[in-house]
Design a protein around this ligand. Structure first.
Ligand SMILES: Cc1cc2nc3c(=O)[nH]c(=O)nc-3n(C[C@H](O)[C@H](O)[C@H](O)COP(=O)(O)OP(=O)(O)OC[C@H]3O[C@@H](n4cnc5c(N)ncnc54)[C@H](O)[C@@H]3O)c2cc1C
Length: 364
C-alpha cells in the first residue's frame, strides 16, 4: 500500500496501537510508538482479554455492524498473523453454547436473537441446535452433562498474549520503528505536519484517551486464568447466564481463560469474591476437571467504551486520528478498524468504514 506521507506517531501500545504500528511500518512509513507503560502491556485491556472472535455469539449484545466487522476479521487475522515475527495460536473450531435447565428460557431468547442475526448477515455460518450426542461428538467430556446446546461453526479465538508479544517482536525487528516506553503522550504534545514533527498522530490509547474524549467510559471485566491439564475442551464454550455471558476459552499449554464479568464501572481494583466464586463455579459446573486446576491469575481490566457501545474512528483536528470504543470486541473487530483506518490514510476515503456501518468523514 502506498501512503501519501512518511511518518506517524502512534499513541498507546495496546491492541490497536501495536497493530497499526506494524501495518504502517510494513507500508514503508516511519513509526514512533509511545506507550505510558512498559512493553508488557500491563495497562492494556488487550492483555486481560479472552480474545474470542465470535461475531454470531456476540450478536446477543452487539448490533449487525459489529457482527460484520467480526466476520471480516475472521478471514483477515490469518493474513495479519502470517506477517508477524512469531507464530500466534489462532483457531476457528466454532463456539459451543450450553445452558443449565434453569436457564432454558434465557437460552430460547438467545437462540431467537442469533437466528435473527443469521437472517440479517447471511454470510455467517448457520447456527446448529444440537443434542447430547452432538455435544459429545464435539466435546467428548461434556456429552453427559448437557442435554442441549447451540453450535456456531467457524467462530474463532486467538492467544492475546502471544499476539501482543509477536507484534512487539515484529516492531522491534523493523528498521522503521522507534519504541518509547514509560512515555505517556497526548495529541496536544505534537504539531503534526510541521518541521521535525510526524506527518500524522494516531491516538489508540483506549481509556487513556478519556481526558480528550470525555464520552469514553470503562466497563469492568474480571477474568481468571487457570492451568487445567485434566480438562480437554477444544473450543470456547459459553454458558448462558442471566446477567452476563460466561465463557471458558482454552488456550495453548492447558491454560483456560474463564470470564468475564461485565460491570458498569471504571473500577480497576482486584476481582471481588462474588465474581470469583461465580466464574469458578460456572467453570466447575461445565467440567469437573476444573476442580484440580491451578489458579494462575485473577485479573481486572476495563473495556474502553463509548455511549453507543460502538467503535469510532474520528478526526478531531487535521492530521490527528483517534480510534477508540472497542469495548468487549477489540480482537473481534480490530482487523476491520485497521483496514478502514489504512484506507482512510492511504486514499482519503472511508468506503470500508461505511460498509461496516461506521460514521466517519472522508478526506482524512
Ligand atoms: C475482561 C475483558 C475481556 C475481553 N474479552 C474480549 C474477547 O474475548 N474478544 C474481544 O474481541 N475483545 C475482548 N475484550 C476487549 C479488548 O480487550 C479491547 O476492546 C481492546 O483491548 C481495546 O484495544 P485498545 O488498543 O483500544 O486499548 P488497550 O488494549 O487498552 O490499549 C491502550 C494502551 O494505551 C496505553 N495508554 C494509555 N494512556 C496513554 C498515554 N497517555 N500515552 C501513551 N499510551 C497510553 C495503555 O497503557 C494501553 O497499553 C476484553 C476486554 C476485557 C477487559
Amino acid at each position: 500500500m502506498n501512503l501519501p506521507f512518511r511518518s506517524v506517531a502512534v499513541l498507546g501500545a495496546g491492541l490497536m496501537g501495536r497493530l497499526l504500528a506494524v501495518s504502517l511500518a510494513q507500508a514503508g512509513c516511519r513509526v514512533d510508538l509511545y506507550e505510558a507503560g512498559s512493553a508488557d502491556a500491563e495497562g492494556a485491556a488487550a492483555r486481560v482479554a479472552a480474545a474470542m472472535l465470535a461475531p454470531l455469539a456476540e450478536s446477543a449484545v452487539a448490533p449487525v455492524s459489529v457482527v460484520r466487522m467480526g466476520q471480516h476479521a475472521l478471514s483477515r487475522w490469518p493474513e495479519l498473523l502470517a506477517s508477524l515475527a512469531q507464530p500466534v495460536f489462532f483457531q476457528r473450531e466454532g463456539t459451543l453454547v450450553l445452558w443449565h435447565r434453569q436457564d432454558a428460557a434465557e437460552a430460547s431468547r438467545l437462540a431467537r436473537v442469533l437466528a435473527a442475526t443469521g437472517t440479517q448477515v447471511p454470510e455467517l455460518a448457520p447456527m446448529q441446535a444440537i443434542d447430547a450426542a452432538a455435544i459429545a461428538a464435539l466435546e467428548p467430556s461434556l456429552g453427559q452433562r448437557f442435554a442441549q446446546g447451540l453450535f456456531l461453526p467457524g467462530e474463532g479465538q486467538l492467544d492475546n498474549r502471544a499476539l501482543l508479544a509477536s507484534l512487539l517482536a515484529t516492531l522491534q525487528a523493523h528498521p522503521n520503528v522507534s519504541l518509547h516506553w514509560q512515555s505517556p503522550r497526548a495529541p496536544a504534545d505534537f504539531s503534526p505536519g510541521t518541521t521535525g514533527q510526524p506527518d500524522w498522530v494516531i491516538d489508540c490509547r483506549g481509556l487513556g484517551a478519556k481526558p480528550q474524549w470525555q464520552a469514553l467510559r470503562g466497563v469492568r471485566g474480571e477474568v481468571i486464568r487457570v492451568h487445567a491439564p485434566e480438562v480437554t475442551l477444544k473450543r470456547p464454550t459459553r454458558l448462558v447466564h442471566p446477567r452476563y455471558p460466561l465463557y471458558i476459552a482454552p488456550k495453548p499449554d492447558n491454560l483456560f481463560v474463564i470470564g468475564a464479568t461485565e460491570i458498569e464501572s471504571d473500577d480497576m481494583s482486584p476481582a471481588s469474591v462474588r465474581s470469583t466464586l461465580e466464574l469458578l463455579s460456572a467453570a466447575y459446573a461445565v467440567h469437573s476437571g476444573f476442580a484440580e486446576a491451578r489458579i494462575v491469575e485473577i485479573a481486572t481490566q476495563c473495556r474502553p467504551t463509548l455511549p453507543d457501545n460502538l467503535p469510532s474512528i474520528r478526526q478531531p483536528q487535521p492530521r490527528v486520528l483517534q480510534i477508540n470504543g472497542l469495548y468487549r470486541h477489540g480482537f473481534m473487530i480490530a482487523p476491520a478498524l485497521l483496514d478502514a483506518t489504512m484506507e482512510l490514510l492511504a486514499h482519503g476515503h472511508a468506503t470500508l468504514a461505511r460498509s461496516f456501518g461506521m460514521e466517519t468523514s472522508d478526506n482524512a
